[in-house]
Write a protein that binds this ligand. Structure first.
Ligand SMILES: [Zn+2]
Length: 419
């Protein structure tokens, strides 16, 4: 995730800070359109019933992120607001500021997704964020200087916070909402992908490394709180950096098993967080495909054999790619595609629901690799049409039986027709 710092920092510093009238009007218009769109989406999707409650326990707050999604949609979550673009200036920059939108464009070109068959992400509300974040941390984001520190974009400190909220934090909150939504979808469908998210350096009370919201922690806590039968989770974090945010959040929590494979010589080198890692795989500078894939396969199989979780959260950062200026590893595009296949095959082959987030990696070719990897998962039958009703745990208050949670939901379809 940390490579995002450089991307936004440089784009902002070089190009961005003369906010002209045209840009302001455009941003405001886009925000207004997004508001209308989100409102319509929310109205159409409905909300979790107030009657849905835990027996005898504290009732979770009302949220719009656990909407019922029609079965006609794939469990792929995305919203155009994910992309933080700057009037076309990002095209002049070596880092890809619009990678999420490009992933979706490539998937559309291959006729795997359409606007109608994806799930539109909703922005996480203050109440949603409080499930993992402290009040004081969320309040601190109302100071532009704090956000500048977290995102490591110094020029942000000179902007009014309303602009910071609209142009930086709102897209990140929408990606965070997308991860939470994808958590529920993964349980219902066996798999789900948020095209964004994966802010693995942020914990409940501290942001950093361009990560302002702890979307992985939030997705897991939402599931623990709201979905019967989900009591354990495994995080498989294959971003090039150590995932110290979720590690700090789940330090000492035996319900969450964390496997982290990362370059141990780079940011954040968080020793306290490291204590939460139950399977720690440290890589050296310039690690290449053969060694990397061998370790990924060995340890993925190992953790799943050691503990069978109710959900796997897969942080599929692509900053392991050869040439990434911050990751320091040397994995080929094909190596990343094989890596993702190894993880999905191991998890889905055991009938365990998997939630994938895309996390760090912002080279020009990153979007193409992510799209190719998702298409490969599709072609290999590892993601595809939903399984039957009642094959997985249901949100609290629903009528279905929890006892079906361990049923194997994985199928190898002979043919997939997803359009
Ligand atoms: Zn990273």
């Amino acid at each position: 995730m940390v490579s995002g710092l450089l991307m936004f920092g440089q784009v902002f510093a070089e190009n961005e800070w003369n906010v002209n009238k045209y840009e302001t009007i455009t941003i405001q218009t886009m925000a207004l359109i997004s508001c209308i769109y989100l409102d319509q989406t929310r109205n159409a999707g409905g909300t979790m019933s107030k009657e849905q409650d835990t027996e005898g326990g504290k009732r979770p707050h009302d949220t719009e992120l656990y909407v019922d999604v029609p079965r006609t949609r794939l469990p792929i979550v995305y919203h155009p607001i994910y992309n933080i673009t700057f009037m076309g200036m990002e095209k002049l920059h070596p880092f890809d500021a619009g990678k999420w939108g490009k992933v979706v464009r490539f998937l559309k070109e291959e006729q795997f997704v359409t606007d109608e068959n994806m799930v539109p992400a909703l922005e996480a509300s203050e109440e949603d964020l409080k499930v993992a974040h402290t009040k004081s941390y969320l309040s601190s984001l109302k100071w532009s200087a704090i956000v500048a520190g977290i995102t490591e974009i110094p020029p942000l400190m000179f902007l009014p916070n309303c602009l910071v909220q609209r142009r930086v934090l709102r897209p990140l909150r929408t990606q965070t909402g997308g991860t939470i939504m994808a958590g529920k979808l993964a349980i219902e469908r066996g798999w789900a992908i948020n095209i964004g998210g994966g802010f693995h350096h942020c914990s409940g009370d501290e942001g950093g490394g361009f990560c302002a919201y702890a979307d992985i922690t939030l997705a897991i806590k939402f599931l623990f709180e709201r979905v019967e039968g989900v009591a354990t989770a495994t995080i498989i974090d294959l971003d090039a950096h150590q995932g110290n945010g979720h590690e700090r959040d789940f330090l000492g929590d035996r319900r969450v098993f964390i496997m982290d494979v990362y370059n141990c010589h780079i940011y954040p080198r968080d020793r306290i967080a490291k204590r939460a890692i139950r399977r720690n795989v440290e890589l050296d500078w310039g690690t290449q495909d053969a060694e990397y894939l061998r370790k990924v396969e060995l340890h993925t199989e190992g953790v799943l054999n050691e503990m069978r979780p109710d959900i796997v959260v897969y942080n599929a950062g692509t900053d392991v790619l050869d040439g990434d200026p911050l990751g320091g590893l040397a994995i080929s595009p094909q190596g990343i595609i094989v890596r993702d296949e190894i993880v999905f095959r191991a998890v889905r082959g055991r009938g365990i629901p998997i939630l994938m987030v895309t996390s760090g990696g912002y080279q020009k070719m990153t979007a193409r690799i992510i799209a190719d990897s998702i298409l490969n998962l599709h072609h290999k039958g590892l993601i595809g049409p939903e399984e039957g009703e009642g094959s997985s745990p249901k949100p609290i208050g629903s009528e279905s039986s929890v006892s079906e949670k361990n049923k194997c939901v994985f199928q190898f379809p002979n043919s997939l027709h997803l359009q």
